[in-house]
Design a protein around this ligand. Sequence first.
Ligand code: AMP
Length: 311
Amino acid sequence: MRPPLLDLVVSKFDDAFSCGELVFQGDSAEQEQIQESASGKSYNFRITQLNSLQNRPETGSILANPFAKPEPGLTILSSYGSNDEFRLVLNKYPVVKYHFMLVTKAFKSQNSPLASDELHSTLRILHDLRSSDGHENWFAFYNCGPESGASQPHKHIQFMTLPQDFTPFCSEIVTEAGRSSEDESIQPLLDPNMPFAHFIAKLSPDSIDNKDSIAMTFASLLQKTLNVLVEAKCNHISYNLCMTTEYMMIVPRAAKKFKDLIGINSCGYMGLVLCKDPDTYKKVKEVGILNILSALALPPHYVMTTNEYHY
Ligand code: AMP
């Protein structure tokens, strides 16, 4: 029998780090919790300066594709999934320890929507991690499309832990909805104070046993995301997807980079902002994280409360 997934991830990371296969200066990272308010409500953000991110390639290409043959020193499992269609690979430029990815073996485009096997394997991984790690909060994310903040064109879903004592706004919304005595609505959840369009769906408890359940949740959020992108006259399909064992969130995206200052991917909408150098760190704080997140997404008024198609 295979050891627990978390053990595999940890031992591969530790080996890769000690052999210099990873580029990570986590211990020298500077971190700060920042509070900003929107419509009178206060939100927490975690801003990190991680100099090792300067080594991360800004844009990959299909020709120089690191996921076609992932480096053996970074490969956690060379086959994963019900049809052995994936690999599990450490991120070479991790944002935090144990940052890893689910990568398709065959080339599939990062601009394509997640298929049911991809969604279900992602959820399976999150459940496996949670069952062996009660202290860490793992989440998965998928940066889809040209304006999502993705850098590699080969399909990959990433897994990371949230900082200790940090709760993203979407987790709060899901917890609040869980406390509500009202019947579960078929409409996605959202935070009306957040200055960007987003859709959050609580995952049904049978999602782990029923592949169709998570695929349908994704399809319904994706449909709403496409409606927003069409309404906003975007000529691309770009969004960030963030997922835990409890919920899935999609944020439609307008642009990947704020001026020449900073690129934002799914982590930004989980409240985690990464800066590559002290100057960026300082300027991001001056501009304001919510200002950056809203400039790169779409205004909340595009969120439609109907299930109609708008094509
Ligand atoms: P994204 O930027 O969302 O497309 O994610 C791609 C990730 O791949 C980035 O976070 C990079 O750090 C990571 N990466 C780049 N090159 C390699 C490599 N050779 N092996 C493993 N991960 C890599």
